[in-house]
Design a protein around this ligand. Structure first.
Ligand SMILES: C[S@@+](CC[C@H](N)C(=O)[O-])C[C@H]1O[C@@H](n2cnc3c(N)ncnc32)[C@H](O)[C@@H]1O
Length: 250
C-alpha cells in the first residue's frame, strides 16, 4: 500500500487531504498574506466576544487544539474536534496534565457534532455551549448538508468564521493557497460561492451569504452574516449578532 499524498488524491473527503499531509501547508504562518493575518486576528476578537456568556467552547476543525490555550486562560471548558488522528494526538501530547480536565480533544467530524457533544459533554445544557468553526474549516467540509444538520441538532450558539466572496478576499485566498504550493490552483464559481481546488484534494469554499443562510434555514436554524476584517465573513446565531456587530464596528 502506498501512503504519500498521491495515494489519497482520490479520497474525496477533506479529511483525507489533511490526513495524508497534503493540507499541512495551510497551517504555516509563513504562508499567510497580511489580509489572512488580519482575518485571524479579527477572528480571535470575535471568539473573545462570543465566548463571554458561554462556559464551554467546542472548536470544530481544531487542528491540534488551536484555541485550547485561550479557552483555558479564559476559564472555559474546551472540546476540540478534528477528523485527523495525527493532529489530535499531537494536540493531546501538548496539553499539560493540569489542562486535561478542562480540555478534551477527540477525533470526529462536523457531521457528528451533536453526537460528540452528547457523548463528551453529557449534562451540559446547549445554552452553555458555543460552537466555534474557525479559519474556514467549514469551507473545507464536503458533506456540508450533514454538517449543518448536526450543528442544528446540537441546539448550541454558533460562530462560524469564513471568507467573503469579494475580489479582495479572492485575491488574498489565491495568494495564500499559492504560497502553500497548491498548483495548479483552480477556481470554480457557482450559486454556492467560490471554490478553490487542486489535484491533491484541496477543496475550499467561501460561500455566498444568501446561499449559506438559506441552507441553515432549511434545517431550522437562523444565522446572520457579519463581515469582519477586510476579507472575513462570520455566520452567527441571533443571540450573538448584536455583540459581534459592535465588535466589528470598533
Ligand atoms: C482550519 S481548516 C483550514 C482551512 C484553510 N485555512 C482554508 O482557507 O481553507 C482545516 C481543518 O479542518 C479539519 N476538517 C476537515 N474536514 C472536516 C470535517 N468534516 N469536520 C471537522 N473538521 C474538518 C481539517 O482536518 C483541518 O484541521
Amino acid at each position: 500500500m502506498t501512503t504519500g499524498p498521491q495515494s489519497l488524491a482520490h479520497d474525496d473527503s477533506a479529511a483525507g487531504f489533511y490526513a495524508c499531509g497534503a493540507g499541512d501547508q495551510l497551517f504555516s504562518d509563513a504562508h499567510f498574506p497580511p489580509a489572512i493575518n488580519a482575518f485571524l486576528h479579527s477572528e480571535r476578537m470575535l471568539l473573545a466576544v462570543a465566548a463571554r456568556s458561554r462556559q464551554v467552547i467546542v472548536e470544530i476543525g481544531c487542528h491540534e487544539g488551536t484555541h485550547a490555550g485561550w479557552c483555558r486562560a479564559a476559564g472555559k471548558r474546551y472540546l476540540g474536534i478534528d477528523p485527523v488522528e495525527r493532529y489530535i494526538q499531537r494536540g493531546r501530547a501538548r496539553l499539560a496534565e493540569a489542562d486535561q480536565q478542562r480540555c478534551t480533544l477527540v477525533v470526529g467530524r462536523a457531521e457528528q457534532v451533536d453526537e460528540l457533544i452528547a457523548r463528551e459533554l453529557a449534562g451540559i445544557a446547549p445554552s452553555d455551549i458555543l460552537l466555534f468553526i474557525p479559519f474556514n474549516c467549514f469551507g473545507n467540509i464536503t458533506e456540508v448538508e450533514s454538517a449543518v444538520r448536526s450543528i442544528a441538532r446540537s441546539g448550541c450558539a454558533l460562530l462560524l468564521s469564513s471568507y467573503q466572496t469579494t475580489p479582495a478576499a479572492l485575491l488574498a485566498r489565491f495568494a495564500y493557497y499559492a504560497a502553500c504550493g497548491y498548483n495548479p490552483l483552480t477556481l470554480s464559481r457557482d450559486e454556492r460561492g467560490e471554490l478553490f481546488h487542486d489535484a491533491l484534494g484541496l477543496h475550499t469554499y467561501a460561500y455566498h451569504p444568501g446561499w449559506l443562510s438559506a441552507l441553515f434555514a432549511r434545517f431550522g436554524m437562523s444565522v446572520q452574516a457579519v463581515q469582519h476584517a477586510e476579507i472575513g465573513q462570520a455566520f452567527v446565531t441571533p443571540e450573538l449578532e448584536v455583540a459581534l456587530c459592535e465588535q466589528v464596528r470598533r
